[in-house]
Design a binder for this molecule. Structure first.
Ligand SMILES: O=C(O)C(=O)C[C@H](O)C(=O)CO
Ligand SMILES: [Zn+2]
Length: 275
């Protein structure tokens, strides 16, 4: 498990491109036959991916000093690859592409498998510390709350599908969903915002090999960008905006953890203050 420390906006504004990428960008998450995990000290979120060729068991690793991965944690999973299964303490959940799963604290045995190893499932996950057990829930995107935002005129027409949120799939702190850009739209989360009460991780995918997303971060008056490619994730501290513009339409998964779970509790940054 790779560890990333927290960072101050006063330092980050002096970072070079390389240093920014080192601290916030997560690459090479999806490797066939491997489970990759990155532990951030920011709200102690773990971002990871499992790409099973053969069935793979999720183990705790030394870093979290737990008997098993979800001993004190909860987890949200979304499959962005071929069909696969996640087996939770003997119960098998079949996940097609874009299906999700919330797993409550205390689940001991988690096994990832693909229906076809030559077109493996790509299980992307976020995990956060938890204080109680909420039921494990299989999530179909078509049954989720969906919100359409933006317009083609503003190049930000998109659909937000909320997978894990209070009132739909209960969790201790994890809130998770997926945003899909409509063809011709390239901007996400612009107008942008921060939320001092929550941090966020974005995973960009559904991108062609030759397309890029310029992900914007930083305090509203000190923005920086990170160039992102397909299936790369980026950590967004609470003090940072998180917005992107792509060279064409794309999809991304957002996961948030922190003080509250109120999706709309955002501190909007006005266009006048962005620099
Ligand atoms: O397209 C968007 O707007 C989003 O997806 C917003 C993110 O979900 C977010 O930043 C929530 O705080
Ligand atoms: Zn946000």
């Amino acid at each position: 498990m790779e560890i990333r420390t927290a960072s101050s906006p006063r330092d980050v504004k002096h970072y070079t491109t390389d240093r920014l990428r080192e601290e916030f960008l997560i690459q090479d998450l999806f490797t066939p036959g491997e489970i990759k995990t990155v532990y951030s000290h920011i709200d102690r979120i773990i971002t990871g991916a499992a790409v099973p060729v053969e069935p793979m068991i999720l183990t705790a690793g030394d870093e979290i000093r737990a008997d098993y991965f979800l001993q004190r944690r909860e987890m949200g999973i979304i499959n962005i690859g071929g069909k696969g299964t996640v087996t939770v303490d003997g119960t098998v959940y079949e996940l097609e592409r874009k299906d999700g799963l919330y797993i409550g604290m205390g689940a001991k045995d988690i096994v990832f498998a693909s229906a076809d190893g030559s077109n493996p499932a790509k299980f992307y996950f976020n995990s956060a510390p938890a204080h109680m057990t909420y039921p494990t829930v299989f999530i179909k995107p078509e049954n989720c709350v969906q919100v359409e935002l933006g317009s083609l005129e503003e190049s930000n027409h998109r659909v937000i599908t909320k997978y894990i949120l209070p009132g739909q799939v209960e969790s201790c702190q994890l809130v998770m969903g997926m945003t899909s850009l409509k063809p011709g739209s390239v901007w996400n989360t612009m107008p942008c915002h921060t939320h001092d009460r929550r941090m966020e991780v974005y995973l960009y995918f559904d991108m062609t090999d030759d397309s890029l997303v310029f992900h914007y971060m930083g305090e509203p008056s000190e923005t920086r960008h990170i160039v992102m490619r397909n299936e790369e994730a980026v950590i967004s501290p609470s003090w940072s905006i998180h917005s992107g513009s792509g060279t064409r339409a794309y999809t991304f998964i957002w996961g948030m953890v922190g003080e509250n779970q109120a999706f709309d509790d955002m501190d909007g940054a006005s266009m006048a203050e962005i620099r």
